[in-house]
Design a protein around this ligand. Structure first.
Ligand SMILES: NC(=O)c1ccc[n+]([C@@H]2O[C@H](COP(=O)([O-])OP(=O)(O)OC[C@H]3O[C@@H](n4cnc5c(N)ncnc54)[C@H](OP(=O)(O)O)[C@@H]3O)[C@@H](O)[C@H]2O)c1
Length: 307
């Protein structure tokens, strides 16, 4: 079976490596000589090589598990020494779909294999035999794709994927991933929770109770939603929750809300969001968001209760 070389040992790479090691899937990790991760890689008894070594360039399949914004320069630096026909796996379609890497490097086989999970959960769910989903795309591979498809499915089994991997395209994966981050996972959920938490404490609710209602219970209720499905979830909740849910749905999901949510997708597909990414000052943005949450009572309560 084709051996995989995982580039990097970050959030995704670490979980890929540990899961594949425990499943007996053939792989090694490749890191930079100065990587701070080498001690942990050794501790975990994971075989590794150095990026740029002769062995690295001999790899038949490389998983580019470094930050999306580093992937373009990485290929610029190393692709000329890779063997023609080397498979390059991406865990997210952003760099390829935005920078047309398949056109720049037509001698490489560009493959999407995207587990739909943050790295920590990929490992945790693997250990707990939980459910994990993934998507893949072989749209840029013209030859021997049947064999490659089987290999991608084996890789999914080694990683603990239980749903799929299902076929998609680089572009659709990228757009869906960006949209769910912007409209739901990284905006609506945390900011609606903060809005409600702060309103409750202004109205005299104890912060601990408000914390349980608006933050900790999120996890428990989302578990139920994912386990039971939407219909099953609404069958489970109490009459008051049902009546209240309908009221909240009618009041909050206004035409304007829907329009705003859909406009996020339009900005992604039109390229407007890409322009915003190009001109963003990420360290300054991180500082701004960190300061916002540091001063938020929800965060302070989280730290106090969980210390
Ligand atoms: N974060 C997630 O859980 C998550 C979820 C879904 C998809 N993904 C996708 O997975 C991919 C990896 O993301 P990630 O968040 O896991 O990355 P990450 O944790 O930020 O990656 C850090 C690793 O990349 C290495 N690295 C950084 N720049 C490098 C370079 N120029 N050359 C060689 N190695 C370099 C680092 O090496 P050193 O040790 O030498 O610094 C480190 O091992 C991305 O495509 C991302 O969209 C991530």
């Amino acid at each position: 079976m084709m051996q995989l070389t995982i580039i990097g040992f970050g959030n995704q790479a670490r979980s890929w490596a540990l899961n594949l090691r425990d499943s007996g899937f053939p792989f090694k990790v490749a890191v930079r000589p100065e990587s701070q991760s080498i001690a942990e890689i050794n501790r975990e008894k994971i075989p590794f090589i150095l990026i740029g070594s002769p062995e690295f360039y001999q790899s038949e399949a490389l998983a580019l598990l470094i930050p999306d914004d580093a992937q373009v320069d990485f290929l610029k630096l190393h692709s000329s020494q890779m063997r023609p026909g080397t498979t390059v796996l991406y865990a997210h379609g952003y760099a390829l779909s935005r920078f047309l890497l398949e056109k720049k490097y037509p001698d490489l086989k560009h493959v999407l294999f995207a587990p739909k999970s943050i790295g920590t959960e990929l490992r945790k769910q693997y250990l707990q035999r939980g459910k994990l989903g993934a998507v893949y795309s072989l749209e840029h591979v013209t030859d021997s794709s049947q064999q490659l498809e089987e290999w991608v499915k084996d890789l999914g089994r080694g990683m603990g994927i239980t749903m799929g991997p299902y076929p998609t395209t680089f572009l659709r994966e990228t757009n869906a991933d960006l949209y769910s981050e912007q409209g739901l996972l990284c905006s609506l959920i945390p900011y609606a929770a903060s809005e409600m938490f702060n309103h409750l404490i202004r109205e005299g609710t104890e912060p601990e109770l408000a914390y349980f209602e608006c933050w900790h219970e999120l996890k428990l209720i989302i578990n139920a939603m994912v386990d039971k499905g939407p219909e099953g979830f609404f069958d489970l909740i109490s009459p008051n929750a049902l009546i209240g849910a309908e009221k909240g749905f009618e009041k909050l999901m206004t035409p304007e809300f829907r329009k705003n949510m859909h406009s996020l997708f339009k900005d992604i597909t039109s390229g407007k969001f890409d322009d915003e990414v190009k001109s963003a000052d990420v360290p300054a943005l991180r500082d701004k968001i960190r300061a916002r949450w540091m001063n938020d009572e929800l965060n302070k309560t989280f730290l106090r209760i969980n210390q």
